[in-house]
Write a protein that binds this ligand. Structure first.
Ligand code: ATP
Length: 460
C-alpha cells in the first residue's frame, strides 16, 4: 500500500488533502492523471449503465436535501458504526472490525454482542489497540456517520429538527426524483435511474488510502420494478455488473461474490462484489447489489405525504415499486484498477514499472516524443501532437533520454508513444511503440488517425 500511495503522489494521481497544513485525515485530492483516470472509469460506468441501455435514465441530484429525507430513510437514527477508543493513544477503532480480526462475524451486530465478545477477548489479553498496542480500551459505543452542515439561517440551526446533512449516499436523491422522472419521462417498469456524485461519511477509521475516505464518490443505480420481476432482474444485473469488471481487464480470480450474512428486514437479497486488493493483501468490497423491497419509496411516501405509486398498465395494477440497486464507490474502483494495473517487470536487467490499464481507462492515450530537441524535431512533434489532441488526451514530452521518457509514459499507463526522428523529416513517418509489448512499428503520419481509431477506438 505504501508503495502505491507514494507512486500516486509522485506521479500526479492522488495527493493527501491540505498537505501544507499538515494534512486532513481521510480526505484526498486528485491530480492531473488521477482525475483523468477517475473520469474514464466514470465514463465507462455511464456507458454501460445508461448509454447502452434503453431502460436506465441519468440524474444528478443535489448533495443537500430536505432534512426529513434522512429521517425517512432511517439514517438519522440508524446510520452508525460501533466505535472503540484507546485511552492511551486516543486512536479510534471499529469494534466490528476488531472482532472480525479474531474470526468473529460482527457485521451489523448489536452493542451488547460486541461488548460481550470484546470483554471476553480483553480477559484473554487478546484485545489490543491497533495503533499503540495498549490494552486500555473503552467499551463499544455507537457513532453516527452522518456529516452535519450549518446550512440555512442561524435560527434554523437552533432546532435539531432542521439539521441539514451532507448526503451519506447518492441514492437518496434518486428516490426523491423518482416521481419527477416518471412524470417527465414516462418510463415503463422496470426502469432504472443512475447517478454519480459525492457522498460524505464520518468514517471512524479512514486509513486505507482512497479505499475508505470521509468524502468520496458513488455510482449508484436504482432499478424500479414489480416484485414479481425481482428475482429475474436481480440475476440479470448480477451477471451484467460482473461482466463489466471482466470487460475492463479484471480477472475472475481477482473477484468474488460474497452474500451478506445478515439482511436488513426489508431486503431479500444482498451480495457484494469483492476484489482481491494486492495492496491490502485481502479481498474487500467494491460494489453492493441489493434487492431492497419497496421500503425506500414507502418511507418517503409516508414522511412526505406524496403518492409514489405507479400505475402499471400492462398489469392493470397500482403499487409502490420495489427496488434493486447497484452501488459502487468510484474512488474505490480507481484504487482497484491501479492495484490491478501496477506491474513491475524486468526488462534487459532493469526494473520497469508499468500501469497495465485497459486503454479506455488510461489517462493519456498517446505521448508524442521528439528524439532530439534540435533540428526541427520538436516543432514537427508538436504539430503531430496538436493534430492528435483533437481526438485524444495526448502529452508532448521532450525532456530527458528517449528511454526515460518511455518509462515515464509506461508508469502512467500511456498505451502508445509516437517518436519523431530524423527519418520523419525525410519520409513523414513515425515510430509507434506499444506499452505492453514494447514493440515498435513505422506508421505514416497521415495514417496515424486511422491507426489510433482502430487501436484506441472512440475513447478520448
Ligand atoms: P463498507 O462496508 O466498506 O463500509 P458499505 O457496505 O457501508 O461499505 P455501501 O453503503 O453499500 O457501503 O456503499 C456502496 C459502495 O460505496 C461501497 O461498496 C464502496 O465501494 C463505496 N463506499 C462506501 N463507503 C465508502 C467510503 N467511506 N469511502 C470510499 N468508498 C466508499
Amino acid at each position: 500500500m505504501e508503495e502505491l500511495v507514494t507512486f500516486c503522489k509522485t506521479r500526479g494521481f492522488v495527493y493527501p488533502s491540505s498537505e501544507i497544513y499538515g494534512g486532513f485525515a481521510g480526505i484526498y485530492d486528485y491530480g492531473h492523471y488521477g482525475i483523468l483516470l477517475k473520469n474514464n472509469i466514470q465514463k465507462e460506468w455511464m456507458k454501460s449503465m445508461v448509454q447502452k441501455r434503453s431502460d436506465v435514465y441519468a440524474l444528478d441530484s443535489a448533495i443537500f436535501m430536505h432534512p426529513t429525507t434522512w429521517k425517512a430513510s432511517g439514517h438519522v437514527d440508524g446510520f452508525n458504526d460501533p466505535q472503540v477508543d484507546c485511552r492511551t493513544c486516543k486512536a479510534r477503532m471499529r469494534a466490528d472490525h476488531l472482532l472480525e480480526e479474531h474470526g468473529i462475524d460482527a457485521d451489523k451486530a448489536t452493542l451488547e454482542f460486541l461488548n460481550e465478545h470484546l470483554d471476553a477477548l480483553k480477559k484473554e489479553g487478546k484485545m489490543k489497540c491497533v495503533s499503540c498496542g495498549g490494552t486500555d480500551l473503552t467499551p463499544a459505543r455507537t457513532f453516527s456517520l452522518m456529516v452535519k452542515s450549518n446550512m440555512g439561517s442561524p435560527l434554523d440551526q437552533l432546532s435539531e429538527e432542521n439539521v441539514v446533512y451532507l448526503r451519506p449516499e447518492t441514492c437518496g436523491g434518486i428516490y426523491l426524483e423518482y416521481k419527477n422522472t416518471v412524470n417527465s419521462l414516462h418510463p415503463k417498469l422496470p426502469f432504472g435511474i443512475a447517478q454519480v456524485g459525492k457522498a460524505f461519511r464520518n468514517e471512524i477509521v479512514a486509513r486505507q488510502f482512497i479505499f475508505r475516505t470521509r468524502e468520496f464518490e458513488q455510482m449508484e443505480m436504482q432499478y424500479f420494478l414489480h416484485p414479481d420481476d425481482m428475482e429475474i432482474s436481480y440475476e440479470k444485473w448480477h451477471e451484467y455488473r460482473w461482466q463489466w469488471y471482466l470487460d475492463l481487464g479484471i480477472t475472475e480470480e481477482e473477484l468474488k461474490w460474497v452474500g451478506h450474512t445478515k439482511l436488513v428486514f426489508y431486503a431479500s437479497k444482498a451480495y457484494d462484489i469483492k476484489y482481491h486488493f494486492k495492496c491490502m493483501k485481502k479481498f474487500d468490497e467494491v460494489e453492493g447489489i441489493h434487492a431492497r423491497g419497496n421500503y425506500d419509496l414507502t418511507q418517503h411516501s409516508t414522511f412526505s405525504g406524496a403518492n409514489l405509486e405507479y400505475f402499471d398498465q400492462a398489469r392493470n395494477e397500482k403499487f409502490i415499486p420495489h427496488i434493486m440497486e447497484t452501488s459502487v464507490g468510484l474512488n474505490r474502483l480507481m484504487l482497484m484498477f491501479l492495484d490491478h494495473a501496477y506491474t513491475k517487470e524486468q526488462v534487459n536487467g532493469e526494473e520497469r514499472i508499468v500501469l497495465k490499464l485497459d486503454k479506455r481507462l488510461s489517462p493519456i492515450k498517446v505521448a508524442v516524443l521528439p528524439l532530439m530537441k534540435k533540428d526541427g524535431l520538436s516543432e514537427k512533434a508538436e504539430g503531430v501532437c496538436q493534430q492528435l489532441r483533437e481526438k485524444y488526451m495526448c502529452e508532448f514530452d521532450a525532456s530527458g533520454s528517449i528511454g526515460k521518457r518511455y518509462r515515464r509514459q509506461d508508469e502512467i499507463g500511456t498505451p502508445y508513444c509516437v517518436t519523431i526522428d530524423y527519418d520523419t523529416l525525410k519520409d513523414e513517418s513515425v515510430t509507434v511503440r506499444d506499452r505492453d509489448t514494447m514493440e515498435q512499428e513505422r506508421i505514416a503520419i497521415k495514417d496515424l488517425k486511422s491507426y489510433f481509431a482502430s487501436h484506441v477506438g472512440d475513447c478520448v
